[in-house]
Design a binder for this molecule. Structure first.
Ligand code: ADP
Ligand code: ZN
Length: 519
């Protein structure tokens, strides 16, 4: 009897008419016995990528999963579809484990879910030595990496599978796809030569726009009013701001509710219930809001403050337009957000290595805010996907003009340098504009050669230049020293005059933001 084909299993066992995106290619590759790495966003359909090959190949597929709840979910789903499978973890009673071993021996069981700790025990490995294993699937593979948000040291030991079972194909799957995480997965899981499948991160129906903060809340109100009473989410950096924003929207005639971890369980459930069942409600929330919301028709996601990483931004903005209909992502950011987030990271509880990672993630997010290129291309590049300009984001539809700003940038960099790289944006701007306050006089900085050389520009214009210089990597802020501005390596050629710098000129005040509907 011939082996069932992938498409037949998809139709008959899982009841779906067609594969999604690169699922078919992935299934074919793994079923043919080749190891690979799959990067797909949450909800992209990773499970079928190994479940179908498990049914196509002889033996039992061993699936490593980090959480008992995830394993139980998968097992329940597969059993509904009539697939023989089981899970073994710390909570599995011994008699059940014995039954599972028997089912494997008789070839009845097609998939076995197991925790990483369990898998790498010598006892379990000895059992596998005498078992026909069809494939190894390593779910949530980013757990090997400290770049991810849930590092699990025992995941690193899974690399031993490559040496012990060289002929059994392995598939690693994750939704976290930045370059560092990918490199870690390949290294620790010994998938150096395995092909990578990166797919499905693009959300073509979301229109992305980023605006510079200029009174935040008012800008938000204008944006929400353009949404014609549709429901959406507004993310804020603090609980208090979420409360204030909900109140502010209500005062301005927009039905809104707050959601954050400072509220009681009952209050949170009530807010979530309203959001799911009422038309046109806006939720003003912290990052606490999101997990388990199943509302496909969220029409917009606004970020009133800059998120701490591209991953956060992507996940949060991705809650818009799950139904595939047009939706908007709107992000409002300022230099203060950036400085505040840096400070949070520095004063937070993470170890030094982790802090460095978090700071780099923050810089990557800031660079997306500052970029003049296609937003979608910039976001997707972070996840390893390359696309041409999308034609459907703010920068594609209204390409920012850029002008030679080398002279002003040099004034700024040299002023920061001469003042000793110990001061923040406000202080430096005052020197440039020749506005000596007591602090500047105490430091005798009104005697610097750069004092007053930037009087031709306003405070706001200087702040715009400073922000862009951070985004372009010429400057960084020192969170341990009152957000002092410091030059980076990249600033040297600019200071020496061997490099020109193109910047966006200051924004037009009115009508600076346009929705896609107006174009
Ligand atoms: P992930 O693990 O990537 O987050 P899942 O494997 O849980 O995603 O799949 C998300 C949802 O998409 C599930 O409900 C799954 O049944 C469904 N799905 C996956 N592939 C297909 C497909 N080819 N056609 C229809 N639905 C699919
Ligand atoms: Zn674009």
């Amino acid at each position: 009897m011939s082996k069932p084909r992938a498409i037949e299993i998809l139709n008959e066992v899982f009841g779906y008419p067609a594969f999604r995106g690169s699922q078919e290619e992935i299934v074919g590759t793994l079923a043919a016995g080749q190891s690979l790495l799959v990067l797909m966003p949450t909800g992209g359909g990773k499970s079928l990528c190994y479940q179908i090959p498990a049914l196509m190949r002889d033996g039992v597929a061993v699936v490593v999963s980090p959480l008992i709840a995830l394993m139980n979910d998968q097992v329940a789903n597969l059993r509904t579809a009539g697939v023989h499978c089981a899970a073994v973890h710390s909570g599995t009673p011994p008699e059940e484990t014995r039954q599972i071993a028997e089912d494997i021996a008789t070839g009845r069981l097609k998939l076995l879910y197991v925790s990483p700790e369990r898998l790498v025990t010598e006892r379990f490995l000895r059992f596998l030595d005498h078992t026909a294993v069809s494939l190894f699937a390593i779910d949530e593979a980013h757990c090997v990496s400290q770049w991810g948000h849930d590092f699990r040291p025992e995941y690193r030991r899974l690399g031993l599978l490559a040496g012990r079972y060289p002929d059994i194909p392995r598939i690693a799957l994750t939704a976290t796809a930045d370059a560092e995480t990918r490199a870690d997965i390949k290294h620790y899981l010994r998938l150096e030569n395995a092909p990578e499948f990166v797919a499905g991160f693009d959300r073509p129906n979301i229109y992305y726009q980023v605006v510079e903060k200029n009174g935040g809340k008012k800008q938000l109100l204008q944006f929400v009013k353009r949404q014609n009473g549709e429901s959406g989410i507004v993310y804020c950096l603090s609980r208090k701001k979420a409360d204030d924003t909900a109140a502010f929207l209500n005062e301005n005639g927009i039905a809104a509710a707050a959601y954050h971890a400072g509220m009681s369980m009952a209050e949170r459930e009530a807010a979530q219930h309203r959001f799911t069942h009422e038309d046109g409600l806006v939720i003003a929330a912290t990052v606490a809001f999101g997990m388990g919301i199943d509302k496909p028709d969220v029409r917009f996601v606004a970020h009133l403050d800059m998120p701490q990483s591209i991953e956060h931004f992507y996940q949060e903005s991705g809650r818009a337009g799950r139904d595939g209909l047009p939706a908007e992502s709107w992000l409002c950011y300022g230099l203060n957000d950036y400085a505040l987030l840096r400070e949070r990271i520095q004063t937070g509880g993470s170890g030094e290595f982790q802090k460095q990672i978090e700071l780099q993630k923050l810089d990557a997010m800031f660079a997306v805010c500052e970029t003049s290129e296609c937003r979608r291309a910039a976001l997707l590049r972070h996840f390893g996907e390359t696309i041409p300009p999308c034609g459907h984001c703010d920068n594609c539809l209204h390409p920012p003009v850029r002008q030679d700003a080398t002279e002003n940038v040099r004034k700024l960099l040299s002023c920061i340098y001469r003042a000793g790289q110990r001061f923040g944006a406000g202080y430096i701007t005052n020197i440039l504009r020749g506005k000596a306050d007591q602090w500047i006089r105490d430091n005798r900085h009104e005697q610097l050669s750069t004092y007053g050389i930037g009087a031709n520009l306003s405070d706001k214009e200087w702040r715009g230049i400073i922000r862009q210089c951070i985004g372009l990597g010429y400057l960084e802020t020192d969170p341990q020293h009152y957000h002092a501005l410091r030059l980076t390596e990249a600033a040297v050629p600019v200071l020496k005059g061997s490099q020109t710098v193109l910047l966006r000129p200051p924004k037009r005040e009115k009508g600076a933001e346009r929705s896609p509907k107006e174009t």
